[in-house]
Design a protein around this ligand. Structure first.
Ligand SMILES: *Cc1c(COP(=O)(O)O)cnc(C)c1O
Length: 504
C-alpha cells in the first residue's frame, strides 16, 4: 500500500470547500446565531477536515485495516482469553427490544430483567455459588465489588480489625490495586518453584487482622492450584473469606466449580470467558458471585424473581410482574449506573444458549488441549521453566540458548525481539514480560476457538523465528519490518505522548 498517501491524516487530506454531503435549503427563516449572546459563541471557528465521501471512506477503511483484532488474525495474548466473539451475539444484542431507556419502569422491562436473571442464575450454576450481580463494568471493578462484599460481611459482624488481604506474588496486577482502592493492606504470599502458592509461607500470615485471601485458579502461570481446599480451610479457620479471581475461569468451564473448592466470593470476566468483545478499554462486564449467606451485601439494585407471582409477562396490564428491582439495606451500595453494561450481558446470554449445558465443558477442555499442543510443539525451541501439564495458558522464558544466545550477553535475542518479529508474520504477540517471575516471560493462550491448522501455522512461524534468531539476529532486533509503524520507543511514547495532530 502507498502509505505516504493513504497513511495521511484526515486533516492532511482536507481541501478547503470540499464536501461529501448536500443539505436541503434551510426553511427556518428568522433564526440565526446572532440571537445567541456573545458569551455563548465560540471565538475561533472549529477546525474540521473538509473532504469528499470517497476520501473519507478510503481513509477510515485503511485506518481500520491497520488494527489487529481477533477477526483479523490469531491473538494468543496470555491472561486475556482472546476467543472468537460469534457474530450471532452482536445481532442479538442489537435487537431493538433490548435497546431500552435505563429508566424504563421494571414492569415494562420484564424481558430484559428475565434475561439478566437467567444469566445471573446460569453463572451461579457454573460457579457453584448462590447469587451473582451483573452490575460491575469489568474484571477489576468486579474485584473491587467482591472485596467490598467481604468488607461488608466483616463489618456486619462488628469484626472491624480485618484490614489486610493476602495476595500471591503471581497475582494479576489488578488484585493488589483493587485491594488498595478498597482500603485494604496487601500481604504478599510467595510461590513455590513449581509456580503454586507456598502453603507453609501462608500459615504465619494468618490472624485476626486478615479479611481474606485472593487467588486465581488456574493461576497466572496457567497452573492449577492443587492445594486450594487446604488453603481455604486455613483462611476460613482464621475468620477470613476466600476471593476467586475468575478471569481464568475458561479452562474450568463445566469441569469444576470455584464454589465447590471453598471460595466465597468471585468475579467473572464476561469479555474473556463468555465471548463478549474486549480490548480498547471497554465496555466490559465483571459479574460478582457470592456463596449463600452473602447475597444481601451485593450491590443495589438486584434483579429478583417474584416467586409467588403466578402471572406471566403477558399479564402486564394487571400491573403484576415476574421480575423486580430490589434494593437491600445491608447492600454495599451502588457500583454502576443501572444494571451495568446491559448489551454485553445480552451477548453473554447468546453465547451461553448457543453452547448449551452439553457443550460448555468442551470449551474449557479444548482450551487446555490447544495450550498444551503449542507448549509441547515449541519446547525444543523455547525455554519452558515450569515443565508440567498446563491449563489454558503457559509461560516460556524466552528462546533456548542455542537459538537466542546467552541470556546474560547483550547480543542475545530477547522476548521483545521475538514478539516484534511475530507481527511481520501476521500474528499478534503473546503477553510478554508478565508474569514477573521470569526475566523473558512470554505467556501464550490460544483459546479453544482456534483450529488445528491455525495452531500449526503459529507453531511453524515460532520455530522459523527461532531459526532466524540463530542465523540473523539483526533481522529480529530490527523487527517489525512490515507493520504500519516500525518499532516504537515505548518509554518515549509514555513520557512524551502526543495526542493531537499539531497544536491547534
Ligand atoms: C484480565 C484480568 C483481570 C482484570 O480484568 P479486567 O476486565 O481487565 O479489569 C484480573 N485478573 C486476571 C487474572 C486477569 O487476567
Amino acid at each position: 500500500m502507498n502509505r505516504e498517501y493513504y497513511g495521511k491524516l484526515i486533516f492532511e487530506l482536507s481541501q478547503p470547500g470540499r464536501k461529501g454531503y448536500s443539505l436541503p435549503k434551510n426553511e427556518f427563516k428568522g433564526y440565526s446565531l446572532l440571537q445567541l449572546d456573545a458569551m455563548s459563541l465560540r471565538q475561533t471557528p472549529t477546525i474540521l477536515p473538509e473532504a469528499d465521501e470517497l476520501t473519507v471512506v478510503r481513509h477510515y477503511t485503511n485506518m481500520s485495516n491497520n488494527n489487529f483484532g481477533v477477526d483479523t488474525g490469531f491473538y494468543p495474548l496470555g491472561s486475556c482469553t482472546m476467543k472468537y466473539n460469534p457474530k450471532l451475539n452482536e445481532e442479538l444484542a442489537a435487537l431493538p427490544g433490548f435497546n431500552q431507556h435505563p429508566l424504563t419502569p421494571a414492569k415494562f422491562a420484564q424481558g430484559s430483567l428475565k434475561l439478566y436473571d437467567e444469566v445471573q442464575k446460569t453463572l451461579a450454576e457454573i460457579a457453584g455459588l448462590s447469587r451473582f450481580t451483573l452490575n460491575p463494568y469489568a474484571g477489576a471493578h468486579g474485584e473491587l465489588t467482591g472485596l467490598m462484599v467481604i468488607r461488608s460481611y466483616h463489618m456486619s459482624r462488628g469484626d472491624v480489625a480485618r484490614t489486610k488481604i493476602i495476595v500471591p506474588d503471581s497475582a494479576h496486577g489488578t488484585n493488589p490495586a483493587s485491594a488498595a482502592v478498597c482500603g485494604l493492606q496487601i500481604v504478599e504470599v510467595k510461590s513455590l518453584a513449581d509456580g503454586t502458592v507456598d502453603v507453609e509461607a501462608l500459615k504465619p500470615l494468618l490472624g485476626p487482622d486478615i479479611a481474606g485471601m485472593m487467588m486465581t485458579n488456574p493461576n497466572t502461570l496457567g497452573l492449577f492450584e492443587t492445594r486450594i481446599p487446604e488453603i481455604a480451610k486455613l483462611v476460613h479457620e482464621c475468620g477470613g473469606l476466600m476471593y476467586y479471581d475468575g478471569a481464568n475461569l475458561n479452562p474450568m468451564l463445566g469441569v469444576c466449580r470455584p464454589g465447590d473448592m471453598g471460595f466465597d466470593v468471585m468475579h467473572i470476566n464476561l469479555h474473556k470467558t463468555f465471548s463478549t468483545p474486549h480490548g480498547g478499554g471497554g465496555p466490559g462486564s465483571g459479574p460478582v458471585g457470592v456463596r449463600k449467606g452473602l447475597e444481601q451485601f451485593l450491590p443495589n439494585p438486584q434483579v429478583i424473581k417474584v416467586e409467588s407471582s403466578k402471572l406471566k409477562v403477558e399479564n402486564l396490564a394487571s400491573g403484576e410482574v415476574d421480575y423486580e428491582l430490589s434494593c437491600k439495606d445491608e447492600s454495599l451500595g451502588y457500583v454502576s449506573f443501572f444494571l451495568g453494561n446491559f448489551a454485553i450481558i445480552v451477548r453473554a446470554y447468546a453465547y451461553l444458549l448457543s453452547l448449551g449445558k452439553e457443550n460448555i465443558p468442551m470449551a474449557g477442555k479444548l482450551s487446555v488441549l490447544n495450550a498444551n499442543y503449542i507448549k509441547e510443539s515449541l519446547r525444543s525451541h523455547y525455554k519452558l521453566p515450569i515443565d508440567t501439564v498446563c491449563k489454558h495458558e503457559f509461560v516460556f522464558d524466552g528462546l533456548r540458548e542455542e537459538y537466542g544466545g546467552d541470556h546474560h550477553s547483550p547480543e542475545h535475542v530477547t522476548t521483545l525481539d521475538v514478539a516484534k518479529r511475530l507481527l511481520d508474520y501476521g500474528f499478534h504477540a503473546p503477553t510478554i514480560y508478565f508474569p514477573l517471575l521470569f526475566h523473558e516471560a512470554m505467556m501464550i493462550e490460544p483459546t479453544e476457538t482456534e483450529s488445528k491448522e491455525t495452531l500449526d501455522a503459529f507453531i511453524a512461524v515460532m520455530k522459523r523465528i527461532a531459526e532466524e534468531a540463530k542465523a540473523d539476529p539483526e533481522l529480529l532486533k530490527s523487527a517489525p519490518h512490515s507493520t504500519p509503524v516500525r518499532r516504537m520507543d515505548d518509554v518515549k511514547a509514555v513520557k512524551e505522548p502526543k495526542f493531537t495532530f499539531k497544536s491547534l
